[in-house]
Ligand binder design. Structure first.
Ligand SMILES: Cc1cc2nc3c(=O)[nH]c(=O)nc-3n(C[C@H](O)[C@H](O)[C@H](O)COP(=O)(O)OP(=O)(O)OC[C@H]3O[C@@H](n4cnc5c(N)ncnc54)[C@H](O)[C@@H]3O)c2cc1C
Length: 387
């Protein structure tokens, strides 16, 4: 989103703070604020444990957790911010504060969804869950012309198995010219279904099979893998130095017209590596951690991610235009919010931030006034301190 760096301001770089301490007996881990997902997963997996994080191992845990954090475990164990037990926060007055349910509970509420508005978070303590080391991963690619059938089948499957611990991700894209994929399929529009079964891999094979047999796939890369490998499966799709412009829209449902728009807009992407993604939500994510958090959007059944991904600066204008155009076309079906970890650049600024936090905005603004009255931390989806 262009929020990690700024002109005329100060960047606090935590990237050397990557220590992770695991207490396997208590099923907790404390990770320093510069960790990527990979640092945490590599420390917890030797114990057969994992924190619910995102799906690309190079992502930072800090920004991800502070604005929610959605990954393969979201329906089984909730969001990253739901697994947060405590955090260390350096607030605008320079105080180092330990925050949890009993200490600064207002601040603890706010940092679970309110983003980087409240201070520099230097460590995160997570609740861990038994996952891996081996898991079954569904990774099947269908022709995009079967999108309605595929998404409907996935929707019905989840409705029939409400306690299923896997969380599908539908991806609209085009088959890349990759040596490992059949040459005849290069460029073919697809809708893929990815899902990780967080329990026994053999059970996962059976549980995920219906998602792999909806119709004749283009190809099916599903199988047993390690949790660590699954967590970095998508890393190669996001090389450093490429250009990225992403937006998101929460949706109350997936009607036929909406699916048609997903297919059309994905097919029009100027870059072959761009995708339109359907995050199936629900499960533990919708139920929440049993206490309130500032994260909003947990009850929407779908989140659409619009990913403009390209290499050449000369192509920026048309790729950004595609993302904006797709966002506008899908937003008409939305009940308002976006996911603030996929914000794109917030052209609509304050209005969109308010809309996305909805009823939580006023309370967040009061917490902001208490801990950052001068709005020192403002290079973010910004919450204005309550006057
Ligand atoms: C390749 C890729 C894959 C992604 N996959 C997922 C995914 O699967 N699920 C998901 O939910 N999101 C995903 N995201 C979005 C991701 O959650 C956000 O980009 C998030 O901001 C990344 O966190 P970071 O620590 O790297 O933030 P940075 O880019 O370093 O910082 C962004 C902002 O976060 C805040 N911030 C960062 N660190 C701190 C800190 N220590 N204290 C206070 N505020 C801080 C600040 O406001 C900062 O401006 C992905 C992003 C990318 C680039």
């Amino acid at each position: 989103a262009g929020l990690a760096l700024c002109d005329g301001g100060l960047v606090v770089d935590l990237s050397r703070m990557t220590a992770v301490e695991v207490d396997a007996g208590a099923r907790t881990a404390r990770a320093q604020g510069g960790c990527t997902l990979g640092h945490v997963d590599r420390a917890t997996q030797p114990h057969g444990l994992a924190a619910p994080l995102g799906v690309v191992s190079q992502t930072g845990i800090a920004g991800l957790t502070l604005s929610g954090g959605m990954g393969w475990l979201r329906r089984a164990h909730g969001l990253s911010c739901d697994a947060l037990l405590s955090a260390t926060v350096v607030t605008a007055d320079g105080e180092v504060r330990t925050v949890d349910a009993d200490h600064h509970p207002d601040l603890f509420w706010a940092i679970r969804g309110g983003g980087g508005n409240f201070g520099v978070v230097t460590s995160f303590a997570y609740r861990l869950y038994p996952v891996g080391p081996e898991v079954h991963l569904c990774n099947v690619y269908y022709p995009a012309r079967h999108a309605r059938e595929v998404l409907r089948a996935c929707e019905s499957h989840l409705a029939a198995t409400p306690d299923a611990g896997y969380a599908p991700l539908g991806v609209f894209g085009r088959v890349l010219a990759d040596d490992e994929l059949p040459a005849g399929l290069h460029g073919e529009p697809f809708v893929a279904l990815l899902a990780l079964y967080p329990g026994d891999p053999a059970e996962g094979d059976a549980a995920l099979r219906p998602l792999r047999e909806i119709t004749e796939p283009l190809f099916d890369l599903s199988g047993v893998t390690t949790y660590l490998a699954a967590q970095s499966l998508l890393d190669e799709d996001y090389p450093d130095g490429d250009r990225y412009y992403w937006k998101s829209v929460s949706l109350p449902g997936l009607g036929d017209e909406m699916i048609g728009r997903l297919v059309d807009h994905a097919a029009r992407a100027p870059s072959p590596t761009s995708t339109v993604d359907v995050w199936f939500q629900g499960g533990a994510m919708a139920r929440g951690p049993g206490e309130e958090t500032a994260f909003t959007g947990r009850h929407a059944p779908y989140l659409i991610g619009i990913e403009g991904n390209w290499s050449d600066a000369a192509d920026s204008e048309r790729n950004i235009a595609w993302v904006r155009d797709t966002f506008a076309a899908l937003r008409a079906f939305s009940d308002g919010g976006i996911y603030l970890n996929f914000p794109g650049f917030l052209e609509e600024g304050e209005r969109l931030v308010r809309e996305s936090f909805g009823a939580n905005y006023e309370r967040l603004a009061a917490v902001k006034a208490a801990y950052d009255p001068g709005n020192l931390f403002r290079h973010n989806p910004n919450i204005l301190p309550k006057a």
